[in-house]
Design a protein around this ligand. Structure first.
Ligand code: CU
Length: 114
């Protein structure tokens, strides 16, 4: 090892590079959010639906670190969900906020039915 440092170190360097690449590709952590995007869990009750504008009005509980409880209208990413909703439904969803584009919408809307 001492006699040929350049030759002995190179394979280690290549191996570490390959391992780093594999580790990066197989990253098991949650996918990194694009810059300027925040996501918040949202719980609330559907008040009304607007099919034309693809929006739902929800009286939502406090959104920690973001918003007090209130009734407001949200865009939905997938308009198909609107057909499954009716006023009075309790829902859980993800509120996605794109700060750069000043847009927000609901994703992954789930209806709680007992
Ligand atoms: Cu709000």
């Amino acid at each position: 090892m001492q006699h040929h440092p350049a030759r002995s170190r190179m394979p280690v360097f290549i191996l570490l590079t390959i391992l780093a690449a594999i580790a990066g590709a197989c990253d098991s952590q949650p996918a990194k959010e694009p810059l300027g995007i925040s996501q918040y869990p949202l719980k609330g009750r559907v008040e009304s639906l607007d099919f034309d504008r693809q929006r739902v009005t929800v009286s939502h509980e406090e959104i920690k670190d973001y918003m007090d409880a209130m009734t407001m209208s949200f865009a939905v990413k997938d308009s198909a969900i609107l057909r499954d909703l009716k006023s009075g439904d309790r829902i859980e969803a993800r509120l996605v906020v794109d700060h750069a584009r000043n847009m927000s919408w609901l994703e992954g809307v789930r209806v709680e039915r007992k």
